[in-house]
Design a binder for this molecule. Structure first.
Ligand SMILES: [Mg+2]
Length: 292
């Protein structure tokens, strides 16, 4: 499935053309993750910013596509603050939270898990090695939580310690742990993830074509969901992985094509917007058949 395009200008142009061809037809949607995809990974999650070029491209693409959506592990409010483009569909908390009718809503199935996530987070903080307390960042996002250990002096050692702490908390709470790039995500044991969010959007917006851009294990759920939709013959899809030294095997295996960096994603989106604008201009100049 995976196709390696050389990361030179020629390869980038080829990928942009492929994406323009996919998205330049009716009922097309573009879905993107935030961190590591349109926003460089920052040591502290609150310091991360979306690249201005990516933001401009998403705002422009919104006027050409049936759907432009953001799906992230962050809370919906945080996602909206970071991306700051109106008119997009926002899913937060790995698909467990959606921005709808002017406010953030946690899906009903996840609501009973909110206090249990808090209890698990408190348990982790209590049992954390005192030496790691200043460098481990624990984010309670309501429906999910994230424990970031990128800033610890020895991240591999910190990871083992956190897994040990979670093994002591986890069995009593039922919370699921999913690892990402120097982060452990605590999730309710529900079959709701970025994959189910993407399936919902395809149905809700009657999409025939979807491109998804993501960099981490949680994005692999979306890649897998789109693969299954494609295999069922219903839609055309393109899974774009942002690959680097930290990429998980599942992301490498499930993406159809790859780009090497967040900057490359912003450049790709810019080229796609330019291409769609150019074909719109050509369409508007074409003489209409039957006119005098
Ligand atoms: Mg990411």
């Amino acid at each position: 499935m995976y196709e390696s395009l050389s990361h030179n200008d020629n390869g980038d142009v080829k990928l942009a053309r492929r994406l323009i061809e996919l998205l330049g037809r009716p009922r097309a949607g573009l879905v993107t993750d935030i961190d590591g995809t349109i926003s460089p990974i920052a040591a502290r999650p609150e310091d991360a910013i979306v690249l201005p070029g990516a933001r401009r491209a998403l705002a422009g693409l919104r006027d050409h596509l049936s759907l432009v959506a953001v799906v992230t592990g962050r809370s919906v409010e945080d996602a909206r603050r970071m991306v700051d483009v109106d008119g997009l569909t926002y899913f937060g908390n790995h698909g467990l939270e959606i921005y709808s009718h002017g406010r953030a809503e946690i899906v009903p199935e996840a609501r009973p898990w909110v206090p249990r996530i808090t209890a698990t987070v408190n348990g982790v903080i209590e049992q954390l090695d005192p030496e790691l307390k200043s460098s481990v960042i624990v984010e309670n996002k309501g429906a999910t939580a994230s424990i970031h250990y990128r800033l610890t002096p020895d991240p591999d050692r910190a990871r083992l310690h956190l897994l040990d702490v979670l093994a002591r908390c986890e069995p009593t709470s039922g919370i699921r742990v999913e690892e990402g790039r120097r982060v452990m995500n605590l999730l309710p044991p529900l079959l709701i993830n970025k994959g189910s969010a993407v399936r919902w959007m395809v149905k809700e917006h009657a999409l025939d074509r979807v491109a998804y851009v993501g960099d981490d294990i949680t994005d692999a759920h979306a890649f897998r969901a789109l693969d299954m939709l494609r295999e069922s013959g219903n839609i055309e899809t393109l899974n774009i992985g942002v690959l680097g030294p930290e990429s998980a095997p599942s992301v490498r295996q499930l993406c159809d094509v790859s780009v090497p960096s967040v900057n490359a994603v912003a450049e790709l989106l810019r080229r796609v917007l330019e291409g769609l604008e150019a074909s719109d201009r050509m369409d508007s100049r074409a003489p209409s058949i039957g006119s005098d």
